[in-house]
Ligand binder design. Structure first.
Ligand code: HEM
Ligand SMILES: *[C@@H]1O[C@H](CO)[C@@H](O)[C@H](O)[C@H]1NC(C)=O
Ligand SMILES: *[C@@H]1O[C@H](CO)[C@@H](O)[C@H](O)[C@H]1NC(C)=O
Length: 391
């Protein structure tokens, strides 16, 4: 919650960019704007550094963002699954860019370490340097690794969540209406599109209670993460552990030394758990589920405990257990705040793939299920990394 002012400041820049673009009347890729917003937030949270990713012209860390972007781009496409010698040039480029990213981070870390009184004491970087007078090679290498993990893990995922959430709201008028009505109830109708007023309510006394009371918004976030989990993970038991799994057919397999990819997309659309509507966007299914969205409530075994509508193991976008996502509270607070500012201030209209059909009068056409009908094909998930730059 101490990061709330920073999230709101960064969101203000985002809203200004949206204003400019909506006045222009042109279509634009929303995802790119969201990516630079979430990068700005994660930069401030992780390093206490203002990356200005949303202000390309005056980007203080312009070089870092450019190089980081180029590095992420080398992971695009099929090169991920082929051995390095199939693409030696790309491998070399990736290596060189990786070194460059490390050296730019090193400069920033040395700078932070040398500051007598760091302006903020809560960033991941400040905390990891705390109590270390000397920045030796090992501490430096470790810190670079940690910072890189946070920068990457913290913006790609959150931006994908928000992009899908806005699309689902556009497609599902009932969900959109319910969300708007929740925001009106909690923050007052007069706060719709009024940045200053909403900011004041969120930062004022009771702001955290307001965020916690965003039940429907939270359900939208949970449902988006259920249908389109942005991340994944893998586990491997070391050889000799004798980890045996049993297939549904009863066959037993020893999986020692094998990488097990836990596909949340498949698990979270299980019809045995979510029924016939498993592939549908229905935030309502989470209402009345006491488990909330916070990390502490995501533990528990696979049985349905009291107050829970689905087994805890059936919803795992942040994964579970001791190495689950450390940023899940931040991500979900961030998403709630951004949705609160955006949802009543703008309408989004998807163009291209996933575009909605319009009737003669120009209105969207509802299907019997209540969602709007598509003009062409459904949107689908692809495996891709997103980068930081703002285009
Ligand atoms: C919607 C947003 C996010 C999703 C869906 C997500 C998802 C995940 C997943 C699936 C893992 C793997 C956990 C495992 O293997 O058990 C993970 C790990 C991690 N995430 Fe997130 N994440 C999100 C946001 C964030 C944010 C905002 C941060 C930074 C504050 C962050 C930092 C990390 C870190 C550092 C790890 C590694 C933890 C460890 O290995 O102990 N994530 N995340
Ligand atoms: C939040 O919800 C609780 C329980 O419904 C209610 O008592 C409280 O007044 C609400 N707070 C705000 C600020 O809306
Ligand atoms: C995309 O979704 C399909 C199910 O609709 C799933 O089989 C596939 O694994 C998903 N791809 C990724 C990259 O998650």
């Amino acid at each position: 919650m101490t990061l709330l002012p920073c999230i709101i400041d960064k969101t203000e820049i985002f809203l200004k960019r949206l204003n400019g673009l909506s006045e222009s009347g042109n279509s634009f890729p929303l995802t790119d704007l969201i990516i630079s917003l979430t990068f700005d937030i994660i930069g401030a949270v992780t390093m206490g550094i203002d990356f200005d990713a949303q202000v390309p012209e005056s980007s203080r860390q312009g070089e870092f963002i450019r190089v980081y972007d180029q590095l992420v781009h080398t992971f695009q496409g099929r090169s991920n699954v082929l051995p390095w010698w199939c693409h030696p040039k790309l491998t070399f480029r990736r290596y060189t860019l990786g070194k460059k990213v490390d050296s730019l981070l090193e400069q920033m870390i040395r700078q932070k370490h040398s500051e007598e009184q760091p302006q903020e004491k809560r960033s991941v970087l400040s905390l990891s340097l705390q109590g270390h007078d000397r920045l030796d090679d090992q501490l430096l290498a470790q810190t670079i690794d940690q910072v890189k993990t946070f920068l990457f893990a913290g913006h790609d995922t959150t931006s994908i969540l928000l992009a899908w959430a806005f699309y689902f709201l556009h497609r599902h008028p009932k969900a959109h209406k319910a969300l708007v009505s929740e925001l009106d109830t909690l923050f007052g109708p007069e706060s719709a599109g009024n940045f200053g007023l909403l900011k004041q309510k969120l930062l004022g006394p009771g702001g955290d209670e307001l965020l916690n009371n965003m039940t429907y918004t939270t359900a939208v976030i949970k449902e988006t993460l259920r249908l389109c989990p942005p991340a994944g993970t893998a586990r491997m038991a070391p050889p000799g552990s004798n980890l045996v799994v049993r297939t549904p057919e009863g066959q037993e397999l020893c999986v020692d030394g094998m990488i097990l990819y836990n596909c949340a997309t498949i698990i979270q659309r299980d019809r045995q758990v979510f029924g016939d509507t498993a592939d549908e966007f229905m935030p309502e299914r989470w209402l009345g589920d006491k488990s909330g969205i916070m990390s502490s409530s995501n533990d528990g075994d696979s049985s349905i405990e009291e107050g829970r509508r689905f087994p805890a193991s059936a919803w795992r976008p942040f994964e579970r257990g001791p190495r689950n996502c450390i940023g899940q509270d931040l991500a979900t607070i961030e998403a709630r705040v951004i949705i609160a500012f955006v949802a009543r201030a703008y309408d989004f209209t998807k163009v291209g793939l996933g575009e909605l059909e319009r009737d003669e009068k120009g209105s969207f056409v509802a299907e019997p299920t209540g969602k709007y009908r598509l003009k062409g094909n459904e949107m689908y998930n692809v495996s891709r990394l997103v980068s930081a730059s703002s285009r």
